[in-house]
Design a protein around this ligand. Structure first.
Ligand SMILES: [Zn+2]
Length: 219
């Protein structure tokens, strides 16, 4: 059995109600590409150019520390009409930190995002309803309940394992294709660890999905 379990959101939703694992479009072949842990110069510009090449939009879950280092990359994501989301300032595991510390870290990321967004034209809806994804998918129930008062907390339906070099590029692609279904939220990473895998798997995944009649949207 694969180490990367896909399609298990229904089970966790029992314990963590309200999290978004997949958008329900039973009749629509829509997919949601998401990229976590950037932006970084080693990976994000390549992802942006690749998405442009196929004229598709995605959602980027950004780490505050990277936004501080690479503000122009963040603005570039938005200028190219992709959506962005909060992934904490220090890529924190919610299980390991007090609620106050965790929330303060999310707020630190949020302040940087909002400041940079002042300089870019984005849809009002994106300013009003913010998105958050807990790093490692690890969050306490109390944190999740509280954050949902402010955020859409977005998990995933398909985890490709692109960050695991041992696993191999072909397996990453195969997982993405086999687990894909209508409304899937798919995780890749725009990170140093993942770049060589996604340079192989992402264009092939996009091409295969377009061929099968899927379209891509932002969350
Ligand atoms: Zn992450």
């Amino acid at each position: 059995m694969s180490l990367y379990l896909n399609h298990y959101g229904w089970l966790l939703n029992f314990f963590y109600p309200g999290l978004e694992w997949r958008l329900q479009h039973p009749d629509q072949k829509v997919l949601y590409l998401t990229f976590d842990d950037g932006p970084v110069p080693e990976a994000t510009p390549w992802v942006l150019d690749t998405l442009d090449k196929y004229n598709i939009k995605a959602t980027f879950f950004c780490v505050g520390g990277n936004l501080e280092k690479y503000p122009e990359l963040y603005k570039d994501i938005l200028k190219r009409k992709h959506r962005t989301a909060n992934h904490t300032y220090n890529h924190l595991n919610g299980w390991k930190h007090s609620d106050d510390y965790y929330f303060a870290n999310i707020l630190a990321c949020e302040s940087i995002m909002e400041k940079l967004e002042e300089e870019v034209d984005i849809p009002q809806e994106w300013r009003e309803k913010r998105l958050f994804r807990p790093p490692y998918g690890k969050i306490k129930r109390i944190q999740s309940d509280y954050l949902q008062e402010i955020y859409r907390v977005v998990m995933w339906d398909v985890i490709t394992g692109d960050f695991d070099a041992q696993r191999g590029k072909e397996k990453c692609l195969k997982t993405a294709i086999e687990a894909r279904r209508n409304g899937s939220i798919i995780i890749f990473h725009d990170s140093v660890k993942s770049i060589s895998t996604i340079q192989y798997a992402l264009p092939k995944f996009i091409e295969d999905s377009l061929e099968k009649g899927y379209t891509f949207e932002t969350l």
